[in-house]
Design a protein around this ligand. Structure first.
Ligand SMILES: NC(=O)C1=CN([C@@H]2O[C@H](COP(=O)(O)OP(=O)(O)OC[C@H]3O[C@@H](n4cnc5c(N)ncnc54)[C@H](OP(=O)(O)O)[C@@H]3O)[C@@H](O)[C@H]2O)C=CC1
Ligand SMILES: Nc1nc(=O)c2c([nH]1)NC[C@@H]1CN(c3ccc(C(=O)N[C@@H](CCC(=O)O)C(=O)O)cc3)C=[N+]21
Length: 291
């Protein structure tokens, strides 16, 4: 192994400690405890693990855990009514609708019921538009956490070739936009990309977010590149990513492991977004009460 490890577990712990201090400061100044409302529909085992971790770490950083668990067969209007109720509840700073939803539910219209100021997942159409325009707003947790991981290396993204493998609304799409905001030269690869090896091996920074186990090998990686593995797959031999860790770490300059890389950073960024959301809502209420 020549690559240096980017320790997501450690960096996430540092971010959470900062968030906890911000929560304390905010509570002492305003009397408000930030609250995170997670909504889980059905019994997907992976989603249950993620939501449990999000709730546990929210409590650990001093926030209120306001969870809703809904039956797998819940109707679309019922979910909509719950989101609207949370949208109007002043105790709720952030709303997160865990994806994927059962097939009979349409996620887009439900996500768009979340007010922009409570959109701690950064997934509403409005938040996506603000990001596309380069305007301030809450950013999606996973891509935003990836930027924090890259920053931890001390490498400046400006002018570097960044290749993102994947273009989903949750990860790849916003990832490309955040890298562009940092003045990287960004290429987005996807399932129709003709020659992924040729494209990826030009990358100074390679983000693997295809959701295909072990897609990325040494042949995709430029020597010395920063390789970020967003993929997460449950196999018989445990959790693995989109990157063949052993062979790629012999070529790359920096690499994130799975587990212990992007996953913990996603949650830490969610908590950071939740305090930011609480602060923005408080400021808005102050302005409204002065008007
Ligand atoms: N660690 C974390 O915190 C998180 C991890 N994840 C993980 O990240 C991965 C991606 O998630 P998500 O974006 O939601 O997945 P999606 O399935 O929504 O998107 C996958 C993207 O990868 C592209 N793709 C698929 N196969 C290939 C291929 N062979 N070559 C190049 N591109 C390909 C698809 O292209 P096309 O658009 O053409 O279909 C699509 O844009 C998953 O493993 C997921 O579990 C997700 C969120 C958070
Ligand atoms: N609305 C929404 N927002 C999300 O952010 C969201 C989502 N839906 N759906 C699914 C994906 C996936 N995701 C992860 C979060 C934490 C870990 C994580 O903590 N992973 C640990 C391992 C945890 C384990 O044991 O599985 C690690 O990589 O070290 C992984 C993946 C968030 N997602």
């Amino acid at each position: 192994m020549t690559a240096q490890l980017i320790d997501g577990t450690r960096i996430a712990r540092e971010v959470r400690a900062r968030v906890a201090a911000e929560v304390t400061e905010f509570r002492e100044r305003t009397g408000i405890v930030p609250g995170l409302a997670t909504i889980l529909v059905g019994e997907d085992p992976a989603s249950e693990v993620y939501v449990r971790n999000k709730r546990r770490l929210a409590v650990e950083t001093g926030m209120a855990d306001l969870h809703r668990h809904l039956d797998a067969d819940v109707a679309q209007p019922t979910v909509a009514a719950i989101i609207e109720e949370l949208a109007h509840d002043d105790a709720v700073s952030g709303i997160l609708l865990q994806l994927p939803l059962p097939r009979h539910l349409e996620s887009g219209p439900l996500i768009d019921l979340i007010p922009a100021l409570k959109d701690v997942d950064g997934l509403t159409t409005l938040s996506a538009g603000l990001l596309a325009r380069g305007r301030p707003g809450l950013r999606p947790c996973t891509p935003s956490g990836v930027i924090t991981l890259i920053d931890s290396t001390g490498i400046s993204l400006e002018g570097l070739n960044a290749v993102v493998v994947g273009r989903s609304e949750l990860v790849g799409g916003p990832m490309s936009r955040l890298l562009l905001e940092r003045n990287a030269t960004v290429t987005t690869a996807h399932s129709r990309t003709r020659d992924l090896v040729a494209v990826a091996s030009e990358a100074d920074v390679l983000i693997a977010a295809a959701g295909v186990p072990h897609l990325i090998g040494a042949e995709h990686v430029k020597p010395g590149a920063v390789v970020i593995d967003v993929g997460i797959h449950r196999t018989e031999s445990g959790l693995t990513g989109d990157v063949r860790f052993d062979e790629v770490s012999a070529v790359a300059g920096w690499i994130t492991p799975v587990p212990g890389g992007v996953g913990p950073m996603t949650i830490a960024t969610l908590l950071a977004n939740t305090v930011t959301a609480a602060r923005m809502q408080w400021e808005q209420r102050q302005l409204a009460s002065r008007a």
